[in-house]
Design a protein around this ligand. Structure first.
Ligand SMILES: NC(=O)c1ccc[n+]([C@@H]2O[C@H](COP(=O)([O-])OP(=O)(O)OC[C@H]3O[C@@H](n4cnc5c(N)ncnc54)[C@H](OP(=O)(O)O)[C@@H]3O)[C@@H](O)[C@H]2O)c1
Length: 270
């Protein structure tokens, strides 16, 4: 199952696994892109193994609906690959009143990672691959303003989101000690993709540079394919491309992870 599977690295991963004989579920917002994916699958004769589910993952309710649908239709999930993202130069609150980046880049991944654990545990060698930017040594978490009500900047939201996902990985491993499911935080580096988002002039210039100078999608996903094929032995691991990231750094602080997990659980309960 691949979120953000309608474009960029998510779509390329979906294509690879489909062609190799796997059953693949992709999730995205854009019905047209979803249909394109299914048409391409028909073209290579594997339509019956391809599923597109339309969902706006910036909404917690849609993530919960997705968890329920997967539980019913696909009881065993070998790999959950988390690729949905959308940059916003200006702050937006979702219909549920959450800051959009916090909701899509972090809350969605929290709900899906924990919510699909039962499905993952039914697989032989289950793994979650969370596409983010593990171990970044810049930026910070605004504990008193996680949804960036003050001084919002798109880059602040993106960098903080990466840090929240590092802590999600730590808390996931800590909360499911006996699980066979491996959690992998994966940073692809700068890769030339669609860069889903709404940009201002400054951020658009950065995206234009990244599109022109980023690595190819094929290079960006190659280590992730290997991680799905042979998940690491450790419950939690992190990689930037194929280079392991030490989990000893500040980004993976266990007490921060537990604090964030508690805050998130409380927020979802409310
Ligand atoms: N590209 C890079 O340089 C880079 C660097 C570091 C990390 N990453 C990470 O790698 C992952 C993949 O990035 P990418 O650049 O390949 O992605 P991308 O080309 O920008 O595509 C983003 C995907 O997210 C989906 N999406 C956006 N908003 C959504 C929503 N509200 N609900 C559901 N789906 C939504 C889009 O689907 P629709 O179009 O159907 O909405 C699309 O499939 C992301 O997690 C990103 O943070 C990328």
């Amino acid at each position: 199952m691949i979120t953000g599977g309608t474009d960029g690295m998510g779509r390329a991963l979906a294509q690879i696994f489909l062609e190799r004989g796997d059953q693949v579920v992709i999730v995205g917002r854009d019905e047209r892109k979803g249909r394109d994916f299914l048409d391409a699958a028909t073209g290579i004769g594997v339509r019956e193994r391809a599923t597109f589910i339309a969902a706006d993952l910036s909404l917690v309710g849609e993530n919960q609906r997705l968890v329920e649908r997967i539980a019913t239709d696909f009881p065993a999930v070998d790999a959950l690959v988390l690729c949905a993202r959308h940059y916003r130069a200006t702050r937006l609150e979702t219909g549920e009143g959450r800051e959009h980046g916090f909701a899509l880049f972090y809350l969605s991944r929290f709900v899906l990672s924990h919510g699909l654990l039962g499905n993952l545990e039914k697989a032989e060698s289950p793994v979650v691959v969370n596409f983010c930017g593990p171990g970044a040594d810049f930026g910070e978490i605004r504990w008193d303003d996680l949804e960036l009500a003050r001084d919002y900047h798109g880059n602040t939201a993106m960098v903080q989101g990466g840090k929240l996902n590092d802590l999600l990985g730590v808390a996931f491993a800590a909360h499911h000690p006996g699980a066979r499911t491996r959690y992998v935080l994966y940073g692809p580096g700068m890769v030339s993709t669609s860069f889903s988002g709404e940009y201002d002039a400054e951020s658009a210039a950065h995206v234009a540079y990244a599109k022109a100078n980023g690595r190819s999608v094929a290079d960006g996903i190659a280590p992730a394919v290997a991680l799905v094929d042979s998940p690491p032995a450790e419950p939690l691991s992190a990689f930037n491309a194929d280079t392991p990231v030490s989990l000893a750094g500040r980004s993976f602080d266990r007490s921060d992870a537990m604090r964030l997990h508690a805050l998130t659980s409380e927020l979802l309960r409310r």
